[in-house]
Write a protein that binds this ligand. Structure first.
Ligand code: ADE
Length: 230
């Protein structure tokens, strides 16, 4: 197994349909990826299985308490014999996710993802176990679960064998800080709209040039910030 994901959440069911979906399911069946989901509530020592409490200092909402989260973490580390794991806390306060972070994470063996809910988690949990705080964008979700799925998906497709053999990452968006050029397939004419002549020419040098120009054009239009990074 090349990558083991361990998800800590209060809503484990959210992950079922995704994990049973084709590409992810195939990667799991092939033994490339493993994904385990742990319900934080199962580890609560409270007699009512409580996992949250009022914030010290007052304010709206509830805060997730340390004990159930830390005990879930200890269980994961012990049962899977993990040393120095990366623990990602999904939060709008985190570093904004990107292809470069996905690539960096794709070489890990174990990744633990912590999904928060309510108004967040006790800061001491972050100080004790979290190694990376990641946001998937400048908007607020109701919980970290959808963000965890986004991060898992972006990592998984980079692991060799998860996508098809012929899959290449060379030209896709964000490689070389460019957006991808437009793609066309048959028919050559659809509802009067034609495929660009150069793509039918068989001249690969011309085709590469055209694609590069299109990439630069669309990146300039939509994401000039990417060109600044080049
Ligand atoms: N939890 C709530 N909002 C989030 C976001 N934008 N990214 C990651 N985790 C979140």
């Amino acid at each position: 197994i090349d990558m083991r994901f361990h998800i800590m959440t209060l809503f484990p069911e959210i992950f079922n349909s995704y994990m049973n979906e084709s590409i992810m399911k195939r990667a799991i069946e092939k033994g490339i990826i493993d994904c385990k989901v742990y319900n934080i509530r199962d580890f609560s020592e409270n007699k009512h299985k409580k996992v949250d409490d009022y914030p010290f200092g007052g304010g709206a909402g509830m805060v997730m308490t340390p004990q159930p989260i830390i005990d879930t973490y200890k269980h994961i580390v012990e049962t899977n014999k993990i040393e120095n794991p990366r623990v990602i806390y999904l939060t709008p306060k985190g570093k904004v996710h990107c292809q470069e972070i996905a690539k960096k994470l794709s070489i890990e063996e174990d990744v633990i993802l912590l999904c928060g809910h309510y108004e967040g988690i006790d800061q001491r949990v972050i100080d004790m176990i979290v190694t990376d705080e990641i946001s998937i964008g400048d908007y607020v979700l109701t919980g970290g679960e959808l963000a965890a799925l986004v991060v898992i998906d972006s990592i998984s497709r980079l692991i060799p064998g998860v996508l098809g053999q012929n899959e290449s990452f060379e030209d896709e968006s964000f490689e070389n800080n460019l957006l991808e050029y437009p793609q066309y397939t048959r028919p050559r004419v659809y509802e009067g709209m034609e495929v660009p002549e150069v793509l039918l020419s068989g001249n690969h040098k011309k085709i590469d040039e055209w694609r590069r120009e299109e990439s630069i054009k669309i990146t300039k239009e939509r994401r000039p910030d990417l060109l600044d990074k080049k």
